[in-house]
Write a protein that binds this ligand. Structure first.
Ligand SMILES: Cc1ncc(C[n+]2csc(CCOP(=O)(O)OP(=O)(O)O)c2C)c(N)n1
Ligand code: SF4
Length: 261
């Protein structure tokens, strides 16, 4: 009997095991990003920017051109790369420490300028790599290693809602918040990431997908408890949905552009 292959590794992921903790969302997110790049057939002209954070080794997993940049700076570096080589597809993959703390200025200004980029924002409500410290996205009352009694907004401020904040700017064309807590939500997340890449291929401008992500290790939970916590606590503060969508542009792709040139 011949066996039919029904599930395989995306071509643009290397044949390497992820070194993420069990139940971590980074692996799932890498996979759906890779599937979108394969599907759009843009692998040979895509450049990914690996963050400083647990996904620092993203360049070791994606079989595409990747660069590693200083903490928080992906949107600035991406701007330079994309402007000098507009035919490339550039995506930033950033955690909440990277994007919403040290890199707040870079993301706000890249969005305000409407750079033709795809940004994937991994919101796991803490600094994962360095041991679970409070991030700007940590919920009020959430215990972290730097807020052992729970985040006190009087003392440590209120959590930033980055998607809502960026949606007030004129620059972005598409902003959506998704969650990686369930298979159904992962499918929705993939659709959003696909759209964020397609917008760039169509030269439409700045697209941003925030993914609520599980960090069971630093939350001190099992994977199932972590998924429950995303559903019962994170989504309440960070509602899922489309925050901005200016609709499709011309629909002219780079290739069609070249064909008609
Ligand atoms: C300029 C600079 N400041 C601080 C650090 C230390 N550092 C490394 S990773 C990190 C936070 C990572 O958290 P996040 O971006 O949320 O990603 P995660 O690990 O949760 O995926 C920090 C503060 C650094 N590497 N470089
Ligand atoms: S510490 Fe958290 S974000 Fe980092 S690999 Fe482990 S589960 Fe994932």
């Amino acid at each position: 009997m011949t066996m039919k292959k029904v599930f395989e590794r995306p071509a643009c992921l290397k044949d390497k095991p992820f070194r993420y903790c069990p139940g971590c969302s980074h692996g799932v997110l890498h996979r759906i990003v890779a599937e979108c790049i394969d599907k759009l057939d843009i692998r040979d002209r895509t450049i990914g920017i690996a963050p400083v954070g647990c996904a620092v080794f993203a360049y070791d997993y994606f079989d595409i051109d990747m660069v590693e940049v200083p903490h928080g700076r992906p949107p600035a570096i991406a701007t330079g790369m994309k402007r000098s080589r507009p035919d490339t597809i550039v995506f930033c993959y950033q955690g909440d420490g990277d994007l919403a703390a040290i890199g707040t200025a870079e993301i706000v200004h890249a969005a305000a300028r409407g750079e033709n980029l795809t940004v994937i924002f991994v919101n796991n409500a803490n600094y994962g790599m360095t041991g679970g410290q409070m991030a700007p996205t940590t919920l009020a009352g959430q215990k972290t290693t730097t807020t052992p009694a729970g985040r006190d907004p009087q003392l440590a401020g209120n959590p930033l809602r980055v998607s809502e904040m960026l949606a007030t700017l004129e620059g972005p064309v598409y902003i959506e918040r998704v969650s990686l807590d369930s298979p159904k939500n992962v499918i929705t997340a993939k659709r959003a990431i696909m759209k964020a890449f397609l917008n760039q291929v169509d030269r439409r401008g700045f697209s941003f997908v925030e993914a609520l992500s599980l960090c069971p290790t630093d939350w001190g939970m099992t994977s199932l408890q972590a998924a429950e916590w995303v559903r019962n606590s994170m989504i309440k503060h960070y509602p899922l949905g489309v925050y901005k969508d200016t609709g499709r542009g011309s629909g002219v792709t780079d290739q069609e552009d070249k064909d008609t040139a």
